[in-house]
Design a protein around this ligand. Structure first.
Ligand code: KIV
Length: 281
């Protein structure tokens, strides 16, 4: 049996210039598929609020919902490094609260680390989690939990002021002990500067090719989510029409009585006429 990916290996991959792959996963069967393909990191993102639970944003997602999905992903993925996304409200009250919730992710769901959004303002919290022995992935740039404050889902760091703030935040998160940082929706050139300025892995989404790794939401890259798809997403498959086609064919065959056919039924020589008689009694 192959062993599970560790923080040490993720750090070594950054040092060796070997690109990291990360995908979101929310359930055991997808996690099993992705794990067997060799994805390095599975992120149980709070994006599950939108792609799995039908919320309008990530904000309503609760700790219990996250733990439920994280535990399923862990059961399906014995090898990948599994990261649980700390939902809005689970770390904003400070270190003590964040550690209490971080411990739940590790003990109840079996994840290998947690992710939280924010820059300098969350560094104390990141340090508290790391002191408690919980590996932390940061997340800067477009941070969906506070997208409202940013004026919506917009590219961040376009001007010099916001770009240098993002660089400072990445450096501060590294100092606080984060083992990796997600860079979301920032210009590719800025992501390259940030990636080259820190010794922990910068994992990009909408941040160009010069990051230390990439992450995508699986429903987006597999073409399963029929809602809005951001322009940076490459659809490696278009499963929605395939699924729709299969479901429509199933409906037709059930209605017309051609499913199940003999190949998908259990047969026997018996006629069960005796049983019929008994049940008539
Ligand atoms: O919740 C999520 O899926 C994420 C990724 C987009 C990085 O945070």
């Amino acid at each position: 049996m192959k062993k599970r990916k560790t923080v040490k290996e993720i750090r070594e991959m950054k040092a060796a210039g070997s690109r990291l792959t990360m995908l979101t996963a929310y359930d055991a069967s997808m996690a099993r598929l992705f794990d067997s393909c060799g994805v390095d990191i599975l992120l149980v993102g709070d994006s599950l609020g939108m792609v799995m639970l039908g919320y309008d944003s990530t904000v309503p997602v609760t700790m219990d919902e996250m733990l439920h999905h994280c535990a399923a992903v862990r059961r399906g993925a014995p090898q990948a490094f599994v990261v649980g996304d700390m939902p809005f409200g689970s770390y904003q009250l400070g270190g003590e609260d964040a550690v209490r919730n971080g411990v739940r992710f590790i003990k109840e769901a079996g994840v290998d680390g947690v992710k939280l959004e924010g820059g300098v303002e969350v560094c104390e919290t990141v340090a508290a989690l790391v002191r408690a022995g919980i590996p932390v992935m940061g997340h800067i740039g477009l941070t969906p939990q506070t997208a409202g404050q940013m004026g919506g889902y917009k590219v961040q760091g376009r001007d010099d002021g916001s770009a240098s703030r993002l660089l400072q935040e990445a450096v501060a998160l590294e100092k606080a002990g984060a083992f990796s940082i997600v860079l979301e929706c920032i210009p590719a050139q800025l992501a390259q500067v940030i990636s080259e300025s820190i010794s922990i892995a910068a994992i990009g989404i909408g941040a160009g090719v010069d990051c230390d790794g990439q992450v995508l939401v699986n429903q987006d890259m597999l073409g399963m989510f029929t809602g809005f798809t951001p322009s940076f997403v490459k659809k490696y498959a278009n499963l929605a029409p395939i699924i729709e086609g299969a479901v429509k064919q199933y409906i037709t065959e059930v209605k017309e009585g051609t499913f199940p056919d003999a190949a998908h039924s259990f047969g026997t020589d018996r006629s069960y006429s005796g049983i019929k008689k008994k049940s008539n009694i």
